[in-house]
Ligand binder design. Structure first.
Ligand code: 4AD
Length: 455
């Protein structure tokens, strides 16, 4: 038997018999001889009409009308032009006149929440608490995440995420990078600080990888001129914020530097343009779906001061985004030459002034598609790395890193390692900002945060 995708149903198919499998998004009976069933497959829906007649008995109409919403059904029928002029005007332009229907997997009658309410939830949230709008609540949604993923916005978000990851690989492969996989169980931390998940590894102290960076650098030492990795990254974040997860998907790359660390920035520039152009050209529909559920909230203006030798805070990042948009009309921008003191131990100090470093952050602002979006937020950080083992050991000690836990890493640079640098992008962070989502959890299939280890 041949199966048809709901998304492939077009006016050109009118008159054809089709066999479809999908979820019963909604079921409605009109008297005893007519029932309507909206069938959903991923992001696509089609109306199926069960009308008693020569080939459809009243029993089949009763059966269809009694189906529990969200049950998985197989429908056979004939593609037709909808009788309803409103439906005729919808994107699909067709409906299916059902000749037979079979329930493949029955859904419970008590669903965890209404998917329509979940789709409306973000709007209610924007209006603020106490507005009296029905709201499912984010915790309820994440407690039943597999069910929640059926909302059109979630379907769209993860399709976009897949495209971002795919473009990242494709672009770097075209630039001579080699994809690698580094260990996630390690003896020492790479980014240090409190955000390390510690565990015991056969009696030894160990930790989960905070970044693939150190092993990627060792791969550079191993003779791979350019490497990248797509893999899990673990951060023991201890506070609940809208842009931090305890496990996220890292897109990381490391490369030899011939003359200047701007060579790394140039790769990032090409990479981001390739990714964003691809999304704008190929993911219009997904972006519209997301925007329906998560209308963009314009940010309130607030003045901020930036400490000369300090790091940026969220507010100053936003302000910068505004400035860059107004002045240059740019979608993303790179800030570099950060004070050395606010960067990790492996960061190369500036050759001309050791108080600064050869490091940078990349910020993006949300697209015009989301009203007058003017936010700038960090999506990437990167740097030239110290490739001289003595300086590396000195800097690690100065930064309070237990050098014994990373001695293999430092040792690997004793046998001639070229100057190199790299960067790390958070996949969920890019998707969140590109899609103007308010919370990174929406861009994580099964989010892990300080309070959430399930489902
Ligand atoms: O800025 P981070 O910590 O840098 C590193 O991991 C370095 N090894 C890379 C470098 O060359 N500096 O993380 C890189 C990116 C951030 O820009 C952000 O997009 C994302 O990873 N990120 C997180 N995403 C979600 N949840 C978290 N807790 C994140 N922490 C960082």
């Amino acid at each position: 038997r041949s199966w048809t995708d709901v998304g492939a149903l077009r006016a050109a198919a009118i008159g054809r018999s089709v066999l479809l499998r999908g979820a019963a998004r909604s079921v409605a009976a009109h008297g005893s001889r007519l029932a309507f069933l909206v069938l959903r497959q991923g992001m696509d829906t089609v109306q199926c009409v069960v009308h008693a007649g020569p080939s459809v008995g009243p029993g089949m109409v009763r059966f269809a009308a009694a189906l529990a919403a969200e049950s998985v059904v197989d429908v056979e029928g004939v593609v037709a032009a909808p009788r309803d002029p409103v439906l005729r005007a919808t994107a699909r332009h067709v409906e299916v006149r059902v000749t037979s229907i079979r329930c493949v997997a029955r859904a419970s009658r008590s669903l965890p929440f209404s998917l329509d309410d979940a789709a409306a939830e973000a709007e209610a949230e924007l209006e603020g608490p106490g507005t009296g709008r029905a709201s499912v609540g984010q915790d309820t949604r994440f407690n039943h995440r597999a069910f929640d993923l059926r909302t059109p916005a979630s379907q769209a978000i993860f399709r976009i995420q897949c495209q971002v990851e795919n473009k990242f690989r494709e672009f770097l492969l075209s630039k001579g990078f080699v994809g690698i996989h580094t260990p996630k169980l390690n003896a020492g931390a790479s980014e240090g600080g409190a955000s390390v998940f510690k565990l015991r590894y056969n009696g030894q102290p160990a930790c989960l990888a905070q970044s693939p960076q150190l092993h990627e650098q060792m791969a550079i030492s191993g003779g791979f001129g350019r490497v990248f990795e797509v893999g899990p990254v673990f951060r023991a974040e201890n506070s609940k914020t809208p842009k931090h997860l305890c496990e996220f998907s890292g897109l990381d790359a490391e490369m030899e530097i011939k003359e200047h660390y701007f060579e790394v920035c140039n790769v990032i520039d090409g990479l981001l343009v390739a990714i964003f152009e691809h999304l704008n050209e190929n993911c219009r529909r997904e972006l519209e779906e997301i925007n329906k559920q998560f209308p963009f909230e314009p940010l309130k203006e607030a003045g901020t001061e930036v400490e000369p030798m300090g790091d940026l805070n969220t507010e100053s990042e936003r302000k910068l985004g505004q400035l860059v948009k107004e002045k240059y009309g740019a979608d993303f921008f790179i800030l570099h030459r950060y004070p050395l003191a606010v960067r990790p131990f492996y960061t190369m100090p500036c050759y001309d002034n050791g108080a600064y470093s050869n490091s940078f952050d990349v910020f993006i602002r949300a697209k015009e598609t989301f009203a007058d979006a003017t936010t700038g937020q960090e999506i990437i950080s990167g740097a030239q790395r110290i490739h001289r083992p003595d300086l590396l050991a000195k800097r690690a000690a100065e930064c309070g890193v237990d050098v014994s836990t990373i001695s293999d890493y430092i040792e690997s640079f004793r046998y001639g390692t070229p100057p190199h640098g790299g960067f790390g992008v958070g996949l969920e962070r890019v998707v969140m900002l590109f899609c103007a989502l308010k919370n990174i959890r929406m861009a994580s299939l099964f989010p892990r945060d300080p309070q959430r280890l399930r489902p």
